[in-house]
Ligand binder design. Structure first.
Ligand code: GTQ
Length: 353
């Protein structure tokens, strides 16, 4: 098209309000009335979307990472699970939660450090690696659950024969949103081991503690919540405690507070029975689910994910979801959420459908 053939340009009608908005913007202000509906939608509109990572794909890539980078260079050799609904470059699985898959090879040490984000871990594959927290060391087996609370020194190592892989869950995006990130490296690779192995489990794991103890830390004194003990708790749960939504579900507990295992994240192990019917629900917390045993289906906001052990799934905030067991044997799922933060701020809501 030649210049001459073009329609003559007409000057656009100048909206007098536009000139006003321009003037306001230039002074670092903005008209609320233009954005009110977006700012305050009637129900949450999280950026994260329902999603699933298949263990078969995670596994290959995580094992490959061990050839790409040494643990000395990586500090933590982790593949992050990045939610495609979030802006690129955000290290997050939901707007407030982080998830990653960490691999540690025999002979390696992921050096000691501490940070303000809280972390929890669930062992997916292998056994015999250790985590040391504030001088107590625990040996990890498949299905074990450990935490490294806010500002505790921790390092991981592997003195066993094979690789060990686990899920890392942290509240990094929340801590960053609050500009509350602090981080420090320990002066040595490993924190000196002061306690006997698993001393906290033996001291506090029976609902008892040394009488008169003056404990100056409020985080859970239990370092390793073993898979075996969580399975036993599921097994011995009374019928009256079975949830119509989640079946048999136990929460990892901080016995000092009677509340969630970490101040910002709660975590659960659950068992669904073959052929069981479970109700849909939604909550203002966002939730990460990981299959551990058996198989099933997760229906979430119109999406359907069939899962097998160690597949990881995202339930966005306020997304309606339902669990459907599909196998012949009971299925076991691990999950964690940001509900403790919402509850502390009077923002938690739940609806059973
Ligand atoms: O093991 O300390 O996935 O600091 C991300 C940050 C793991 C850890 C992660 C961490 C760690």
């Amino acid at each position: 098209m030649t210049q001459a053939a073009r329609k003559p340009r007409t000057s656009p009608a100048v909206d007098p309000a536009e000139a006003y908005f321009e003037k306001v913007r230039a002074k670092g202000m903005g008209p609320l009335w233009k954005v009110m509906g977006e700012l305050m939608p009637t129900t949450p509109r999280p950026l994260e979307v329902p999603y699933q990572w298949k263990w078969a794909e995670i596994r290959d890539l995580v094992y490959e990472s061990a050839k790409v980078v040494s643990v000395e260079d990586a500090v933590r050799r982790v593949l992050m699970l990045l939610n495609p609904g979030l802006p690129p470059g955000q290290a997050a699985v939901t707007q407030t939660l982080y998830a990653g898959i960490q691999i540690i090879l025999p002979g390696e040490v992921a050096p000691a450090h501490r940070h303000t984000p809280n972390a929890l871990r669930f062992v997916m594959e292998g056994e015999g690696a250790f985590t040391t927290v504030e001088g107590e060391r625990t040996i990890l087996r498949q299905g074990d659950f450990v935490t490294t609370p806010n500002w505790t020194w921790h390092d991981h190592g592997n003195e066993a024969k094979g690789p060990v892989v686990w899920l890392d869950a942290l509240d990094i995006p929340l801590v960053n949103a609050l500009s509350a990130m602090f981080y420090e490296d320990f002066p040595a690779k490993s924190h000196p081991v002061q306690d006997a192995k698993n001393s906290s489990q033996r001291t506090y794991g029976r609902g008892l503690r040394p009488a008169g103890e003056k404990r100056d830390r409020s985080y859970s004194p239990i370092l390793n919540y073993t898979y075996r003990s969580a399975l036993e708790a599921l097994e011995s749960m009374p019928a009256s405690a079975v949830s119509p939504v989640d079946g048999r579900v136990v929460e990892y507990l901080n016995p000092l507070t009677g509340g969630s295992v970490l101040p910002t994240m709660d975590a659960f192990l659950q068992r669904l029975e073959p052929g069981g019917q479970y109700r849909a629900h939604r909550h203002s917390s966002s939730k990460i689910l990981m299959g551990v045993e058996g198989e099933g289906r997760l229906e979430v906001a119109g999406r359907v994910f069939d899962w097998k052990p160690f597949d990881v799934m995202v339930v966005p905030a306020w997304a309606s979801h339902r669990l459907v067991p599909t196998g012949r044997a009971p299925s076991i799922l691990f999950s964690y959420t940001n509900a403790p933060v919402l509850r502390a701020l009077s923002l938690y809501r739940e609806e059973v459908q």
